[in-house]
Design a protein around this ligand. Structure first.
Ligand code: HEM
Length: 504
């Protein structure tokens, strides 16, 4: 017993010593709450992290230190500091911090999202931006998006006519938005549709959905453990088997997709080049892409696009349903531009000024990834005059920046018309408003994401009247997680407002 106490005490002293030693007190770090030995500020991190960090910036200023165990995260929450990180010193913060799990799941960053900035990264980003998501390719895939939105409208219309009585008075909009974006993205990325016109997923669709769910669950349930190195080691030992099993399932799925695609290309099927994976196969030799690069890129595109657009549309609908005059204004514009007896298409976008403002205002108040993805300091450097050690994570709180009262009038109010008078860019040029990030690591799917959100929202507003079920209130609070969704799924009552043939 005595030797157990002695051993435990030595272990504790060593942990405290290494924790404090790690923090290098000689550095002039950004301010923040007192960090406890071993756990740092882990016990104080709010479930809705971007909000908790926003509250901290009210107390300590626009740059704060948060210790996740012994790992330092520097959070910046002002437009000028965002510019310093993403533009002036972009080259120093273009790497990503990888945990033991992201290393294992991406073959140590063979993909785009978790790759460090270097030759491989530049190659993958170039292929993605110039070859796969070029303006021409985005235009070419508009028919896929429009077809899937037609299916979504048909399903909602069917719900109005047949299922309302069976399932209750209001519909859970999220289900339809997710289904539509899932089909859009699997068709754009894999050239395949997994959910049919009745809303029923086939075997492959169910498999993909199960893998996505399990990966997300495994990553979130043990992510905090990664912050404390020795705890992360224990967590990894406990969860490793299950994690690797899920990993094998994921690799098996993407390999099958790749093999099918290669077979189609061999048969001379020219259409195979029209979706992401097919195009990657055709570019493989020219760009020296390994199988790990291809599988990693495919997985990145599916995971990065799955919820980001759907959550934005759900928020937009919630705000419009709370404000009937704004809802009417958006619908009147669609009536003028698209007209009463045809379905809205992406060709209508340039004339839908108000709808675009609604999308911007939604992404201002609810950027889909409010802390973007984490960046990492490549060397010891400075932000805002404070020291940032090599290897520290850097998070840009785009949620807090877009609600900064020093920059935005009535920052918490939903006012689409604020974007009518001033044309504020949303694709990384204006540091007050960065829903897609900025600089080298900026989202390569930004234009595709904007098109998806505009089209989904436009079709919902054009085809249906929307209201909240009597006696119910919309809960506008935010859920937890990397992607900022509504905490309670939006329940809405749609009523068709177009000729029947537009729903068939
Ligand atoms: C409304 C929709 C979307 C929003 C708000 C959004 C937002 C973002 C943000 C904030 C980042 C992180 C930037 C950074 O860390 O500096 C990001 C990265 C990324 N996004 Fe998106 N995104 C959306 C849709 C999409 C779509 C449709 C795709 C692809 C099909 C996509 C693919 C990616 C990828 C691959 C990255 C990692 C880029 C890198 O590390 O270089 N996103 N996105």
């Amino acid at each position: 017993m005595d030797s157990f106490i002695v051993l435990s005490s030595i272990l504790l002293i060593l942990i405290i010593f290494f924790t404090f030693n790690n923090r290098r007190p000689r550095l002039h770090l950004p301010p923040g709450r007192f960090a406890w030995p071993v756990i740092g500020n882990l016990h104080q991190v709010e479930p809705v992290q971007h909000k908790g960090f926003g509250d901290l910036s009210m107390i300590y200023g626009p740059i704060v230190s948060v210790w996740f165990g012994s790992s330092l995260t520097v959070v910046v929450s002002s437009a000028s500091l965002a510019k310093e990180v993403l533009k002036d010193k972009d080259h120093l913060f273009a790497n990503r911090p990888r945990t033991v799990r992201t290393k294992a799941s991406t073959k140590d960053g063979s993909d785009l999202i978790w790759s460090d900035y270097g030759r491989q990264y530049v190659k993958l980003k170039k292929v993605t931006v110039h070859e796969l998501f070029s303006p021409n390719n985005i235009l070419r895939s508009s028919s896929v998006r429009e077809e899937e939105m037609t299916t979504m409208v048909e399903l909602i219309s069917r719900w109005c006519h047949h299922e309302r009585r069976k399932f209750g008075k209001s519909l859970e909009l999220r289900r339809y938005l997710k289904m539509a974006s899932f089909n859009c993205m699997t068709r754009i990325v894999l050239g395949k549709r997994f959910i049919d016109d009745e809303g029923v997923a086939n075997e492959e669709g169910l498999e993909l959905d199960a893998i996505i769910r399990e990966s997300a669950m495994l990553n979130s349930s043990i992510a905090l453990m990664d912050c404390v190195p020795w705890l992360g080691g224990i967590g990894w030992m406990i969860g490793k088997k299950r994690f690797l099993r899920c990993q094998d399932r994921k690799t098996g799925f993407t390999r099958r997709m790749l093999a099918e695609c290669e077979a189609r290309a061999k048969e001379g099927d020219g259409a195979s080049k029209e979706y992401f994976l097919g195009a990657l196969v055709s570019l493989r030799e020219a760009h020296d892409l390994s199988e790990d690069n291809i599988l990693g890129l495919v997985w990145d595109m599916i995971t990065a696009s799955l919820d980001t657009a759907a959550v934005a549309v759900e928020w937009a609908m919630a705000h419009l349903m709370k404000s009937p005059s704004m809802l009417a204004e958006a619908q009147d514009e669609l009536e003028r531009v698209t007209g009463p007896d045809k379905a809205m298409t992406e060709l209508d976008f340039p004339k839908l000024q108000y709808l675009r403002c609604v999308v911007k205002e939604t992404l201002r108040l609810h950027p889909s990834t409010p802390l973007m993805l984490p960046h990492k300091a490549k060397v010891e450097t400075k932000i805002g005059g404070y020291d940032v050690p090599k290897g520290a994570s850097v998070a840009v709180n785009v949620w807090a920046i877009a609600r900064d009262p020093a920059v935005w009038k009535d920052p918490h109010a939903f006012q689409p018309e604020r974007f009518l008078s001033v044309d504020i860019d949303m694709t990384g040029r204006d540091f007050r408003f960065l829903p897609f990030g900025s600089g080298r690591r900026m989202c390569p799917g930004a234009q595709l994401g904007i098109n998806l959100v505009m089209l989904m929202l436009g079709r919902l507003l054009h085809h249906f009247s929307w209201r909240v079920e009597e006696g119910q209130e919309i809960d506008m609070s935010e859920g937890t997680g990397l992607v900022c969704s509504m905490r309670s799924p939006l329940q809405a009552v749609p009523t068709p407002r177009r000729p029947t043939r537009l729903y068939n």
